[in-house]
Design a protein around this ligand. Structure first.
Ligand code: FMN
Length: 227
């Protein structure tokens, strides 16, 4: 049975259709600009040397800059006498067999990402026996004055309060508005987050070397040179 609609009904449906289309496009636009980063488990050491100590480099990253810093640290350690596994924090099952852990997190809303806390809770007893180096990736409080230093050191308090940290570092990261959600972009504008890549690769590599120089891997390397 055909149904004739009135002019008023036609106009109402048309307006509703335009509204839904506009909302859908806006939603898809938001998705298009918030591309989730493909963070994959990567074992650097395909051919393990059983004589080498094994380090785990693990990270919590939202937009990818912390992951890339973790990769640089892992490569630096692997260039020395470490065998290195690198893995996003959510995918680490066990700490067994590691003689050094390097754990890094992006800082959001003044804290490491929530998966860091879950990871510590899950593996708390295993952590006790393994030296732990931690790094935070942030953008605020990067000055050399005492107030800035205090504020950034506080970023690792949630970890420091639960575990002993042997080495720590604070690296300035990246802010790319195209890699955050529309709400986060708005917040970034409100707090005037600087846009750009502020990573200091020399400082990152230097820190990785400082971990190495106090490690069992360094002793092995020195012994092999002495032979
Ligand atoms: C929503 C949001 C909140 C942030 N909060 C902080 C913060 O509280 N303190 C800070 O120093 N940096 C903050 N940042 C900057 C990030 O720490 C920085 O962009 C970092 O490089 C992100 O790491 P990722 O790329 O691994 O996610 C924030 C960034 C975003 C997008």
């Amino acid at each position: 049975m055909s149904k004739i609609i009135t002019r008023r009904q036609f106009l109402t449906y048309t307006a509703a259709g335009i509204g839904v289309t506009a909302l859908t496009c806006a939603g898809m636009g938001a998705f298009a600009t918030h591309r989730p980063v493909d963070i994959q488990y990567r074992k650097l050491a395909a051919n393990r040397n059983p004589a080498n100590p094994v380090a785990l480099v693990t990270y919590a990253s939202k937009a990818g800059s912390t992951m890339e810093i973790a990769q640089a640290i892992a490569l630096e350690l692997e260039n020395r006498s470490f065998t290195v596994d690198i893995c996003p924090i959510q995918q680490v099952n066990s700490l067994e067999g590691y003689s050094q852990i390097i754990m890094g997190s992006a800082i959001r809303m003044g804290s490491p990402l929530p998966e860091v806390n879950r990871f510590i809770e899950e593996h708390c007893s295993e952590f006790q026996k393994i030296p732990l180096a931690c790094f935070a990736v942030h953008l605020q409080h990067d000055g050399e004055d005492e107030a800035s230093r205090k504020a950034r050191v506080a970023y690792l308090d949630p970890i420091r309060n639960q575990l002993q940290i042997t080495h720590e570092a604070y690296f300035t990261g990246v802010y790319d508005p195209a890699k955050v959600t529309p709400i986060e972009r708005l917040m970034g504008k409100m707090v005037k987050t600087p846009v750009g890549d502020f990573r200091d690769w020399a400082a990152i590599k230097g820190w990785a070397q400082s971990i190495f120089s106090n490690s069992p891997a360094a002793r092995i390397e020195m012994e092999s040179v002495a032979l």
